[in-house]
Design a protein around this ligand. Structure first.
Ligand SMILES: Cc1cc2nc3c(=O)[nH]c(=O)nc-3n(C[C@H](O)[C@H](O)[C@H](O)COP(=O)(O)O)c2cc1C
Length: 221
């Protein structure tokens, strides 16, 4: 697949079929993603690729917490600043509108929104997931490195005909993830990523992007 096609066909897919993903495909993707760049080649990503019984167990445990309205685990990092300033605030609400209107959920129907969001902890039905940790002692530049790594994984998945959804949502149940994965001390769970073949019956609205002149300035000579 052409790199432009990989970039433009990648989107956060929130509905997957249970079609099995061959192990060698997933291994090929994560082996190639290891070539992602990082400052001084620190390679600060610590990932777990989870399928089969362990993923089923994780979904089950997380689902039980959702059903019990269990409090979220205390945060290890802020997903967003508490006061999201303009233009980010507007972009976030535009995203919420796109996401929920596609599913016919009315503005302000918080219960339906919550019900929809709870599919995060079932990985939207995906048969595979990647959980990405970073060492607590590392800083913002290394978190940026991890972002590049995750995007590389997502683009390679497109090359294999697969889709994905990165999910900070998993960080709210990080203790449950840790129960199943037993990561070493000192790591912070940044996010999960659902991986699978798209269920094309799930409706969605393609998220828009800010006009290009809002996010890039061309300085011509
Ligand atoms: C770091 C990160 C965390 C995200 N967390 C979630 C999440 O928890 N749940 C979810 O449904 N989507 C999540 N997303 C997907 C974003 O909402 C999505 O990428 C954004 O709205 C742009 O849409 P697109 O990826 O379809 O182009 C996340 C994306 C990123 C990059």
């Amino acid at each position: 697949m052409d790199v432009y096609e990989a970039v433009t066909s990648r989107r956060a897919v929130r509905g997957f079929t249970d079609r099995h993903i061959p192990k060698d495909v997933l291994k090929r993707v994560v082996a190639a993603a290891a070539w992602s760049p990082s400052g001084s080649n620190l390679q600060p990503w610590n990932s777990y690729l989870v399928t089969g019984a362990p993923l089923a167990e994780l979904k089950k445990r997380a689902g039980e917490r959702v059903a019990a309205h269990d409090a979220w685990d205390e945060r290890e990092y802020e997903m967003y600043p508490p006061e999201l300033k303009s233009p980010y605030r507007e972009r976030r609400s535009a995203f919420g509108h796109e996401r929920y209107s596609a599913l016919g959920i009315a503005e302000g129907d918080w219960e339906a929104r919550q019900r929809t969001a709870s599919a995060n902890w079932d990985c939207f039905g995906a048969p595979a997931a990647l959980f990405c940790y970073i060492d607590r002692k590392l800083g913002a530049p290394q978190w940026a490195d991890v972002g590049m790594y995750l995007q590389t994984v997502m683009l390679l998945l497109r090359g294999e005909g697969l889709h994905s959804c990165t999910q900070m949502a998993w960080s709210v149940y990080r203790k449950t993830v840790a129960e199943v994965l037993s990561p070493p001390e000192g790591l912070t769970l940044f996010c999960g990523m659902s991986i699978g073949y798209e269920d094309v019956t799930v409706p969605y609205v393609r998220t828009g992007r800010a006009p290009i002149n809002e996010t890039i300035t061309f300085v011509d000579g």
